[in-house]
Design a protein around this ligand. Structure first.
Ligand code: NAP
Length: 321
């Protein structure tokens, strides 16, 4: 009997590809950029499974193309806004993600961003590299304290909770906004639920950890930025389209907020000629929230395990539809 076929859209996690190769006939897209749509349409039609990255756009036409043959698309990531979930369900294609693996790494990175922007880490680093550190004078590098400040978590899920855990060491007062209350987490970490607008108006650090959805797209634009305190910072560890980049740039230029640190942008990669790239009051990283070596590999193995379970008729570890 011929082996079942699996298509992997990037050669990024060799351990996961090796695992799949022990069981299946595996083909891997060789380039470092997403396969073009015509390739995805062709591969969806002839494979039993696909393992995808969060920047592969899996729309209705690709799912229709796989209907009847394609059993699973295993996304290597916790977010799955790149996949049309309703179309997947209609086409009987199982979608999976990789939860419970990357929250600690993303929370580490959230604090890296908070500390970098507040204490001018990248600003100082740039100054040295550009030959501007010519006298021992701390005045241009005076930052803002992180310890003892008010932290607002928007979207309290796995990552948000790990950020709160870290904030305890910094003795921060933590507030959160989510659609539902989380009494156990409130009690465990002594945190307080607050309305979205109240968090914007109150907190020194506002940190986004929501999934991208029709509710969260553009949730931070000029109106919300105008509610924030002049000395406050915006952190985005969620998805780029939650924040309007032009509005954020305007808020930074006008001094409406003190700074921002963002791991995600819309679009990605952010164009180097976008004015925000030259703003000194922002730290931008290239969507690397989960990207520690160990977590990166574990996410690949988790996605591969979803494929194995689906094709071998076992319980699927992390379905989302
Ligand atoms: P999660 O456990 O699902 O938590 C997300 C939380 O957001 C949920 O608990 C939910 O609580 C809340 N939420 C959803 N819609 C909301 C809304 N409209 N307003 C307020 N809160 C809302 O997910 P996670 O693992 O923490 O990850 C969160 C997101 O981070 C992912 O979806 C992904 O997009 C992003 N991410 C980014 C990176 C990176 O590299 N930058 C890495 C991993 C993940 P309620 O249901 O109570 O509202």
């Amino acid at each position: 009997m011929p082996k079942q076929k699996v298509y992997v859209t990037r050669a990024r996690v060799p351990e996961a590809i090796e695992l799949l190769r022990t069981l299946f006939d595996v083909e891997v897209w060789p380039d470092n950029t997403p396969p073009p749509k015509n390739v995805l349409l062709e591969q969806a039609a002839v494979n039993d499974a696909m393992m995808t990255e969060v920047d592969d756009v899996i729309d209705e036409s690709i799912l229709e193309s796989g209907k009847g043959k394609l059993k699973i698309i295993a996304n290597r990531g916790v977010g799955y806004n790149n996949i049309d979930l309703n179309a997947a369900t209609a086409c009987d294609v199982i979608i999976t993600n990789t939860p419970g693996i990357l929250a600690e790494a993303c929370a580490d990175m959230t604090f890296a961003l908070i500390l970098s922007i507040a204490r001018k880490v990248t600003f100082g680093d740039r100054a040295i590299r550009n030959g501007k550190w010519t006298v021992f004078d701390q005045v241009p590098y005076l930052g803002t304290d992180v310890h003892g400040k008010k932290l607002g978590i928007i979207g309290l899920g796995d990552i948000g909770e790990k950020v709160i855990k870290r904030s305890i060491g910094f003795e921060m007062d933590v507030f959160y906004h989510s659609r539902t209350s989380k009494p156990e987490i409130e009690e465990k970490y002594r945190i307080t639920r607050m309305g979205f607008n109240d968090i914007l108006a109150t907190c020194d650090y506002v940190s986004l950890h929501v999934p991208l959805s029709s509710e969260t797209e553009n949730m931070i634009s000029s109106k919300q930025l105008s509610m924030m305190k002049k000395e406050s910072f915006l952190i985005n560890m969620s998805r780029g389209p939650t924040v309007n980049l032009d509005d954020l740039n305007a808020a930074l230029e006008s001094g409406q907020i003190a700074g921002a640190a963002i791991d995600v942008t819309d679009p990605e990669p952010v164009p180097v000629d976008h004015p925000i790239v030259n703003n000194e009051n922002i730290v931008i990283t290239p969507h690397i929230g989960s990207a520690s070596k160990a977590t990166f590999t574990a996410m690949g193995i988790a996605a591969a395990n979803n494929v194995v379970a689906a094709l071998k008729g076992k319980d699927i570890p992390s379905p989302v539809n």
